[in-house]
Design a protein around this ligand. Structure first.
Ligand SMILES: C[S@@+](CC[C@H](N)C(=O)[O-])C[C@H]1O[C@@H](n2cnc3c(N)ncnc32)[C@H](O)[C@@H]1O
Length: 245
């Protein structure tokens, strides 16, 4: 049996467990990302087993998700543009590549997967189009991102981004004595829930199977339906799309 999470999704227990893991992310990234990868693989497997599937993990960082997909029997490949993010021991066969221009033929993937990458690209629509291109008709596309007005929208300088990015970054530097990893407009972009939903719904080449808050313990599909509220409360939008023939 492949190791699967025992946490029901959505549920308070799952959300609390993930939240606690996030709190320890700096001290124990292994624990946090192993848990998150397991959780994401469970979400993918609600739409079919990963065993024997070809999975493309775009912007997969150090490869925790790719490794989890492989554990479940998938042929999973990591595509990551930043060698620093790949780390010292990336999964075998990892490819240094940009999500805008994947070195893949059309329709090779059963599952195109991207976790928390969309807010790090300046042209999310093009990034998404490339994920759609490499997915076979009938295949699944998993895209999740932290939207700008989420309490975590400013990443390491959150929640002070609500007062403006410049102020938040300056505060971070003052408080920690460190340079922030993210700079708005360089490697972090203000991506919003409403416009992203409208964009994917307008596409003829995908069907939206689910648009939900990735971490909410309840009403996960309801929150992203409510204009304005969704920008602050969704936290992280998860889109599951079916590639149309
Ligand atoms: C917050 S990390 C997410 C890593 C991993 N997917 C996760 O969920 O833990 C964002 C990742 O997006 C990658 N990234 C940024 N721009 C990208 C692009 N144009 N194409 C693919 N990945 C990109 C970064 O290098 C980084 O690894």
């Amino acid at each position: 049996m492949p190791p699967t999470s025992t946490l029901r999704d959505p549920s308070f227990k799952r959300s609390l467990t993930l939240f606690r893991a996030f709190m320890k992310e700096q001290a124990d990234p292994e624990h946090t990302y192993t848990l998150l990868a397991r959780d994401a693989a469970d979400q993918v497997e609600k739409y079919g087993s990963l065993a024997g599937r070809t999975v493309v993990d775009v912007g997969g960082g150090a490869g925790y998700f790719t490794e989890e997909f492989r554990r479940r029997g998938a042929q999973a490949y990591l595509f990551e543009p930043d060698a620093g993010e790949l780390g010292k021991e990336p999964p075998a066969g990892s490819v240094l590549a940009d999500g805008y221009l994947l070195p893949l033929a059309d329709g090779v993937a059963d599952v195109a997967f991207s976790s928390n990458v969309l807010e790090h690209v300046d042209d999310p629509a093009t990034f998404l189009s490339e994920m759609v291109r490499v997915t076979r008709p009938g295949g699944l596309i998993y895209v999740s991102f932290t939207n700008w007005y989420s309490p975590w929208g400013g990443h390491e300088w959150a929640p002070w981004h609500y007062l403006g990015a410049d102020r938040a970054v300056a505060r971070y530097r003052r408080r920690t004595g460190k340079q922030a990893k993210h700079t708005l407009g360089e490697n972090l972009f203000a991506v919003h829930v409403g416009p992203t939903l409208r964009q994917v719904r307008a596409r003829a080449d995908v069907r939206v199977l689910s648009a939900r808050s990735r971490y909410w313990p309840f009403l996960a599909e309801t929150v992203p339906k409510v204009p304005v509220l969704r920008e602050f409360a969704t936290w992280n939008l998860l889109l599951l799309l079916r590639r149309c023939p």
